[in-house]
Design a protein around this ligand. Sequence first.
Ligand SMILES: [Zn+2]
Length: 134
Amino acid sequence: MRTITLLIIHCSATPEGRNLDFETCRMDHIRHRGFRDIGYHYYITRDGIIHQGRPPEQVGAHCQGHNRHSLGICYEGGLDAAGHPCDTRTPQQRESLQRLVRELKAQYPKALVVGHHDLNPQKACPCFDATKLI
Ligand SMILES: [Zn+2]
């Protein structure tokens, strides 16, 4: 098992009112980014369902320079209808994200919970303060 030091939260940068379901996100990463699978380990759609992406033991592709020792968690959304960064999490997504992060913290007690933005300030992702999740 690899060492996990970071739980990195992302948004899919999908505008409010539009959908990016798990399979579409996965195919987008394979077809357009050249990945062999979705880059994230978990993907939470607006209905709150937590989709399993890459197996945790595999290195993801979601945060340059930080993939080796992290898990990537993404929620569907992150932009307002006009395309500006916005915390668009539905109540279901908030609940599922909270639960997932709590479970992962129990499994990887030393891992820090951060947002993509905390590691790369150029990115607005995930459009809320992920360090306050726990
Ligand atoms: Zn991100």
